[in-house]
Design a protein around this ligand. Structure first.
Ligand code: GLA
Length: 520
């Protein structure tokens, strides 16, 4: 039985009264914004023309302006937002839009106004950030609409392609060149790699990252933009140097940088890559989040895994989805040879060390043909000292991580080249056993990592994450070593006199001492 006492009636009456007053207030406010004013209604496109590439990347505002409210969607290259809130009208408005992104939500705020028949509109990433302005013009209805969702295929295992028995070694364009990569630069990098000792040290893949793409022709085939006039000719050039060529795409309609993705064209793109002579594909989730949930990732990656196998060409398959959904648990099943375990690396000590030292728990998921990928190298890009870059190289070697240089190989210091081509450290990285190293001990900022190598050898790395020099020790007993072994310092390139009981390494701030211990 529901009994409403006088008191609770009064408590209820206050919110009711407030709501009524607020509604009247809103009605008056929206009446002032002339509810019949629908000048913002329509599909608006802000076109970003890149003459060097001959590409146009657009942001679409598909708006409905009714009763003083702006609703609709915003497609900003790889993102697709639904408008959640709006204030104002043609003379000045603010809209807040959101989209789901895995387990989180992305929000953006746009501020704009109508100027003649143009929408002057800007985006703020943070309330205190400056606004980036763009001009949108009316576009035909439907242009820029998100393509219809294709249901993910049923799950099944993609068979192993037999590649990457040791972690891939090569170079990738993104860290240094981002959108500035072009045919001439790739050729220059190939020339450098083939002649500066890197190829001899094991580097082989030259990987073009995002921004090579244009649109599609009438047959639906992916086209290269002006920066890459002839991909087949480029692949031939790279192959003649004894190197291999890699490329980049996304399972979504757009890549991370907003270029054409492989969505709905997976098999066709794989065939095109094979026709061009591509040897490696990095497949980057980004744009796919507009259509799929994280849980659907494995099925979506499987689709390209199948497509690559079907070409009959050996193409290394690199998954890039920033380690979401514990990719290390299913990366191999979808045909992946390697999978990114983190967000993007930056050329700083904090970024590199933060990523590298976080990989310990993933060791069990690496094996020949299937590698954890803590992202590309920053060695030689200038943001860290040579000591820190030696730590970067050593850590990636201990982690059995892909060694993809990310600097300008055409001009680097002898020190950078020496770090990248340290064959003794590379031998640890490329060890046939394919066992990823793990943290053996840790005391404050000092860590000892070990990696089991073939033939019963052990790689031991003494890492000093502190700014000041430190002494780091490990006893042979703790490592299970009995008797006299051979100890080699992999950075000094020297055999050490076998110390009794333990090794005491003096390690510079942010530095490393790396040893290979083997039976006599
Ligand atoms: C993402 C990837 C990067 C790079 C860019 C290209 O951020 O994680 O490695 O490929 O996209 O747009």
């Amino acid at each position: 039985m529901l009994v409403i006492s006088n008191n609770s009636y009064r408590v209820l009456a206050i919110p009711v009264l407030l709501t009524a007053l607020l509604s009247i207030g809103f009605y008056i406010a929206s009446a002032q914004q002339t509810p019949t004013d629908d000048r913002l209604t329509g599909n608006w496109a802000a076109r970003n023309v890149n003459n060097t590439e001959g590409t146009v990347r657009s942001t679409y505002f598909n708006l409905k302006h009714e009763g003083g409210k702006i609703t609709g969607t915003i497609r900003a290259t790889q993102f697709f937002y639904t408008i959640k809130e709006s204030t104002g009208g043609p003379e000045g408005f603010t809209i807040i839009a959101a989209m789901p992104d895995g387990r989180s939500e992305r929000r953006v705020q746009y501020e704009g106004k109508l100027v003649g028949d143009e929408l002057h509109i800007g985006r703020r990433t943070r309330p205190d950030a400056p606004i980036t302005e763009m001009i949108a013009k009316r576009a035909p209805a439907g242009e820029g609409a998100l393509p219809a969702r294709v249901e993910p295929p049923a799950r099944h295992k993609v068979s192993y392609n037999g590649l990457a028995k040791t972690p891939p070694m090569g170079w990738n364009s993104w860290n240094k060149f981002a959108g500035r990569i072009d045919d001439a630069t790739v050729r220059g990098i190939a020339d450098a790699m083939a002649s500066n000792g890197m190829k001899d040290a094991g580097y082989v893949y030259i990987n073009i990252d995002d921004t090579w793409e244009a649109g599609r022709n009438e047959k639906g085939e992916i086209q290269t933009n002006k920066k890459f006039p002839d991909m087949k000719a480029l692949a031939d050039y790279v192959h003649k140097k004894g190197l291999k060529l890699g490329i980049y795409s996304s399972p979504g309609p757009n890549t991370c940088a907003g270029y054409e993705g492989s969505y709905g064209h997976e098999e066709q793109d794989a065939m095109t890559y094979a026709k061009w002579g591509i040897d490696y594909l990095k497949y980057d989730w980004c744009g796919a989040r507009t259509l799929y949930t994280d849980e659907e990732m494995p099925a979506i990656y499987e689709k390209m895994g199948d497509a690559l196998l079907k070409t009959g060409r050996p193409i290394v398959y690199s998954l890039c989805q920033y380690g979401r959904l514990d990719v290390w648990k299913w990366g191999a099943e979808v045909g992946g040879n390697l999978w990114r375990t983190t967000g993007d690396i930056r050329d700083t000590w904090d970024s590199m060390s933060g990523i590298g030292f976080r990989q310990n728990e993933l060791a069990q998921y690496a094996s020949p043909g299937h590698w954890n990928d803590p992202d590309m190298l920053e060695i030689g890009n200038g943001g860290m000292s040579d000591t820190e870059y030696r730590t970067h190289m050593s850590l990636w070697a201990m982690l059995a991580a892909p060694l993809l240089a990310g600097n300008d190989l055409r001009q680097m210091t002898p020190e950078t080249l020496a770090i990248l081509t340290n064959r003794e450290v590379i031998a640890v990285n490329q060890d046939k056993l394919g066992k990823q190293g793990t943290r053996f001990s840790k005391s404050g900022d000092q860590e000892v990592w070990t990696r089991q190598l073939s033939g019963g050898a052990i790689a031991v790395a003494f890492f000093n994450r502190a700014k000041d020099e430190a002494k780091i020790s490990v006893s042979w007993k703790d490592l299970g070593i009995v008797g006299k072994w051979r100890a080699r310092d992999l950075w000094l390139h020297q055999d050490l006199a076998w110390p009794e009981r333990q090794y005491d390494a003096t390690v510079p701030g942010h530095g490393v001492v790396m040893l290979r211990l083997s039976h006599k």
